[in-house]
Design a protein. Structure first.
Length: 310
């Protein structure tokens, strides 16, 4: 089983426009679809699509929380959320006719100390039953740095692999806890290291630097330029075939879900990267946020190139 932790869940609203987005104008949305969102739920759907058992946990509350659980049930994902009094947020992804995506991410609503205590207990229980736990995305107000460190520690204490997809101070905190894997993008890892990271070569050096601190696998996603991974097995550059992107939102989250699947299946790091890139690319072919067709992933897998850099 794989558990995904989404502390800041969201009703993700995808707005499809018939005209380009214009600030200051009134624009009618051609098509609007709601998804159970938050990075860990995109990852959970990816795990489910790959055919592995997955449980989603984190915080949900209010009417949005009830809608999110309903949408997640339709996705076939089991949930063990902690119910809180505050309302689950919304995030809006505006899709231009040319495929450009503009996201508006709400901050999330406050959780209480009791909510945090219940969540940490839930994590310990689920981690003991899981091969891999992923911790994805931002945190709501009321969930402090020490709580985040305790969350990573609870998974490690259960002897379970922990994959973290975070940014800014949360990523810095997670790196200090030496998780099994982190998956920053180039901007996120440059923030941690304090210097710019541009392109595959610099990303490889950055990944090696974090790996050298004791993180078993460091994956740096590079968007259309692919992704690099540094591990004890070596450093690899994965490139996906060129595709016509429909909706890129959730591709990074799908990558994390697929990395968790490949790790749970005992695949070696290079195979994990190749599988994850195929799934992330397949995600970009789907109009639905954080969804992909396994047949697309299998077809794309054959064309993902993997180059060993050291
Ligand atoms: O990566 C896409 C996405 O998961 C959106 O679906 C939206 O939920 C957003 O990220 C949430 O990001 P955050 O960093 O606030 O957890």
């Amino acid at each position: 089983m794989i558990t995904t932790v989404t502390l800041n869940t969201s009703i993700d609203k995808a707005y499809e426009l018939s005209e380009p987005l214009e600030v200051g104008k009134v624009q009618r949305v051609k098509r609007c679809v709601d998804f159970a969102g938050g990075k860990g739920l995109n990852a959970a759907r990816a795990v489910r699509t790959c055919g592995e058992d997955v449980v989603a946990t984190g915080f949900v509350g209010g009417n949005n929380g009830r809608l999110l659980c309903h949408l997640l049930a339709l996705d076939g994902v089991e949930e063990r959320f902690v119910r809180v009094r505050s309302e689950t947020r919304c995030c809006v992804n505006v899709l231009d006719p040319d495929g450009r995506s503009t996201e508006f991410l709400e901050p999330g609503r406050e959780v209480t100390r009791l909510d945090v205590t219940v969540l940490l207990e839930r994590i310990s229980q689920l981690a003991a039953q899981s091969k891999v736990v992923t911790i994805n995305g931002s945190v709501p107000p009321g969930f402090g740095d020490e709580d985040y460190a305790a969350l990573v520690a609870a998974v490690k204490d259960a002897g379970t692999h922990v994959l973290v997809d975070a940014s800014g101070e949360l990523l810095r905190l997670a790196v200090g806890m030496l998780p099994t894997l982190v998956k920053p993008n180039a901007d996120e890892i440059s923030q941690i290291l304090g210097h710019p990271v541009r392109g595959p070569e610099e990303a490889a050096l950055a990944a090696r630097e974090l790996h050298g601190r004791g993180i078993a696998e460091v994956v740096v996603s590079l968007g259309k330029d692919g992704a690099v991974m540094s591990s004890d097995a070596g450093t690899f550059l994965g490139r996906a075939p060129k595709i016509s992107v429909v909706n890129p939102v959730g591709a990074g989250d799908t990558m994390v879900g697929a990395l968790a699947v490949a790790m749970a299946r005992g695949q070696d790091p290079a195979s994990q990267l190749r599988f994850a890139m195929a799934c992330a690319s397949a995600n970009c072919l789907s109009a639905s946020t954080g969804h992909f067709d396994m047949e697309d992933a299998r077809r794309l897998f054959r064309d993902v190139s993997l180059e060993r850099l050291d």
